[in-house]
Design a protein around this ligand. Structure first.
Ligand code: AMP
Ligand code: MG
Length: 354
């Protein structure tokens, strides 16, 4: 802080006190931004806290890191945490009782599976593993045989068919594994924001690999968010958010390989057992990060014609999708929030979807 010496000298006491108060007020308005980064859930997480005492902000951000690392272990489908143990028990056969912490998130994902008409379904775990998209560090270079895909698809049972919320039990389902990868990041971001609020933080962004939830403002300005261009380096659109909002994007560019001119990516269509087709990215703006995250995955699967119906079933009105043809479909409510930056993509066309 500068100006400590201003109270000395010729000022009378009350003027001196006024001067000190003014200086303190001016300092309090100084923007203080604390940034804290760590890696969790296979992605870089950045916590930005605005206008909060830096030491307290850093302590809060460290708690967010601890939270993310704990959830990463709990929700890893193939490790020895609660979800990994559930999947091992399912593989061994038999109904499995789920502990209350895990039951709550399975229940939530079950609701989204129903509301999305099965486009979003965490019971795709065995298929994800068969394709090799479970390990970001070892993405394969060719698809599994069509016969193994058919066998895995026949063994798969939709989550609503095997999950009993009244007893928190997953019914016997050999060949089924649960993978929460389609919305675990969103759920973790929601919990991180609640944790920051418990620390008294009012203005912050928790950004997990470009997907984020923001609360408050950045001083006098809203937060400015970039949406990735799905095919080129750089930004497709800018969104200004203030208050409490989440912006999530799913795309076919995150975990993928290409073979003979075709792209195979990590979002699988539970009806076919193959990667979803038709859309290359989906961006959703919603209050809640878990809903936004699950919705992006669900809408990618739903495709260019069916996504508007699924979006309204999920209660969403702010959606932008990019088709593989370069057409951008956007809802009017989203159009009002987004500024498209398409200098590099003259081929993109915009179509507003009521
Ligand atoms: P996201 O990047 O949020 O769209 O999530 C993609 C991840 O969700 C994949 O890596 C899988 O772990 C999982 N996943 C893939 N297909 C589906 C699906 N149809 N429903 C739910 N989760 C899925
Ligand atoms: Mg998702």
């Amino acid at each position: 802080m500068t100006g400590h010496g201003l109270v000395a000298g010729p000022f009378r006491l009350r003027w001196a006190i006024c001067a000190v108060l003014l200086i303190v007020a001016a300092c309090a308005r100084d923007p203080v931004e604390t940034r804290y980064r760590f890696t969790a859930m296979g992605t870089l997480v950045e916590v930005t806290i605005f206008d909060h005492p830096p030491l307290e902000a850093e302590a809060a951000a460290r708690d967010v890191e601890t939270l993310f690392l704990d959830l990463q272990h709990r929700w890893d489908p193939w490790d020895d945490g609660p979800l990994g143990r559930l999947n091992q028990a399912l593989a061994a056969g038999g109904s499995v009782q789920v502990d209350p912490g895990l039951a709550a998130i399975i229940d939530r994902s079950n609701d989204i599976a129903r509301a999305s008409g099965g486009a979003f379904d965490p019971a795709v775990g065995s298929l994800v593993k068969l394709w090799g998209f479970d390990d970001a560090a070892n993405i394969p270079d060719r698809p599994p045989s069509s016969m193994t895909i058919r066998t895995a698809l026949e063994a798969m049972q939709p989550l609503p068919g095997i999950w009993d919320p009244s007893t928190a039990t997953v019914a016997t389902a050999p060949g089924v594994a649960i993978d929460l990868g389609g919305f675990a990041k969103g759920e973790a971001v929601d919990r991180a924001i609640s944790l920051l609020q418990e620390h008294g933080v009012a203005n912050a962004i928790v950004n997990a690999g470009g997907d984020l939830r923001a609360i408050g403002r950045r001083g006098n300005r809203p937060w400015r968010i970039g949406v990735r261009e799905p095919r080129l380096e750089g930004v497709l659109a800018a969104i200004e958010v203030s208050g409490d909002q989440s912006v999530f994007t799913s795309g076919d560019y995150e975990r993928f390989f290409e073979l003979e001119g075709r792209r195979y990516h990590h979002i699988l269509d539970p009806r076919t057992g193959y990667p979803s087709q038709g859309l290359i990215s989906v961006t959703v703006l919603a209050d809640n990060a878990a809903t936004a995250d699950a919705a992006c995955t669900a809408l990618m699967v739903s495709g260019p014609e069916r996504w508007p119906g699924v979006a309204s079933g999920l209660g969403l009105d702010k959606v932008m999708v990019v088709e593989d043809t370069g057409v951008i479909q956007i809802t009017p409510a989203m159009h009002g929030k987004v500024r498209l930056l398409r200098e590099d993509r003259p081929d993109l066309q915009i179509r507003e979807i009521p």
